[in-house]
Design a protein around this ligand. Structure first.
Ligand code: ADP
Ligand code: 5GP
Length: 204
């Protein structure tokens, strides 16, 4: 059995910056990595499937989970509730699987405040103009929703300063290459490698 513990990657971005796109690419590159499926009260969009993109649940069920402490973090984003299961994090890390949490800044800040050990990465669009173009181009939101998301983007970008890494998603391949480098570097951190090697070497 591997003594490898999983690593938590907390990734935030303003809507439309390309977070889902770059996370998909990362999951294709690293076999020991999964995407954490959050619970949300929002309705499924397009091709989204229950249990794949999200666990789609009612507000009542969501609040019941909050009451019993099921979530490591949760927040209201664009009028809907979103939360990450504590058990999903615990199991994934214990199984040696790296976990990507695609969550907003409020949730990321909650985890940091609780002292959860994770790597915080902010995906930045190259400009507001490009962000608007991507939101329009994605074709999944009404113009009213897009305006709301652009307003929210300013507040989210104002939080980027406390993240460990900021990756500008201009050319997709370059952004993915940068993220790949971050993951490889994190996997070589002494604290992480110490545990992995503990059975064979005492590195002090
Ligand atoms: P998010 O998950 O951050 O809301 P998406 O991954 O859905 O954003 O990306 C928003 C839109 O921008 C999608 O249509 C996606 O294909 C496109 N996109 C993502 N990254 C890039 C990029 N580097 N260059 C051009 N278009 C991109
Ligand atoms: P969308 O509805 O576009 O999928 O996601 C909207 C926002 O909610 C995104 O910023 C996404 O990162 C965030 N989000 C998704 N899941 C969670 C979660 O479990 N917790 C928190 N705090 N935010 C989440």
């Amino acid at each position: 059995m591997s003594s490898r513990k999983g690593i938590l990657y907390v990734i935030s971005a303003p809507s439309g910056a390309g977070k889902s796109t770059v996370c998909r690419e990362l999951l294709d590159i690293f076999p020991l990595m999964r995407h954490s499926v959050s619970s949300t009260t929002r309705a499924p969009r397009g091709e989204e499937l229950d249990g794949r993109e999200y666990h789609f649940i009612s507000r009542e069920d969501f609040l019941a989970k909050v009451a019993v402490g099921e979530f490591a973090e949760w927040a209201e984003v664009h009028g809907n509730l979103y939360g990450t299961s504590l058990e999903t994090i615990r199991k994934s890390l214990a199984d040696g699987i790296d976990l990507i949490l695609d969550i907003d800044c409020q949730g990321a800040a909650q985890l940091k405040k609780k002292g959860v050990d994770g790597v915080n990465i902010f995906i930045m669009p190259p400009s507001y103009e490009v962000l608007r173009t991507r939101l329009v181009g994605r074709g999944s939101d009404s113009s009213e929703v897009i305006e709301r998301r652009l307003l929210a983007a300013e507040a989210e970008i104002g939080q980027a300063g406390w993240y460990d890494y900021i990756v500008v998603n201009d050319i997709l391949e370059s952004a993915v290459e940068s993220l790949k480098s971050i993951v490889i570097a994190v996997r070589h951190r002494t604290n992480f490698v110490r545990e992995t090697l503990a059975k064979e070497f005492n590195i002090g």
